[in-house]
Design a protein. Sequence first.
Length: 202
Amino acid sequence: MNFQLKKYEALIISSSPNIYYYSGIRCEGGVFLLFTARNKFVCADARFIKEAARVAPGFIPLTIDKKDSGWWKEMLKKNRIKTVYFEPFDFTYYKLGAFRRLSRSVAVLKPSAIDFRALRSIKNARELFCIRRAARIAEEILGEIKQLCLRRGRSKPAPTERDLVLEIHKRGLLRGCEELAFSPIVASGRNSGIPHHQSSSR
């Protein structure tokens, strides 16, 4: 990946989808990536830094010390970073303030103009293969769930919405899926008219 950074610039990747896209690390906070013109870093606290380094071997691991900001300033100075760009749609007001305090007198923070969605929309051959495989698996599971409902309806009590959610998860895992893109929405009867219905024992 080439963000066309100058030697005194850096870019923070903080949103979970972009962290996963650029490093393969799945996270829900507590981790961010930092790109410079020459290096790429994965920053995490001591509980997760070893696992982050294992999952993203091309990244230099940096341990976040929440009690001491010295590690951040030292890294900026060592890499001669004067400008740090951030994802404007992910950085909260609180997070921006925290990084400004950490970077005070060393570097300034600016919103990045990079359209990350546009960058992620360009798929390589491996990604296209995975998308096609995922679509095929989804079609197979949907066909099996349909047959399961028809069989159960004739001879046994019909499965509940939660039963079908469990079956979808199980069949995905048995086919080698790491996880589902989102939790299945199974709705029957009057529930079928409720957007984003939470599956029940109906």
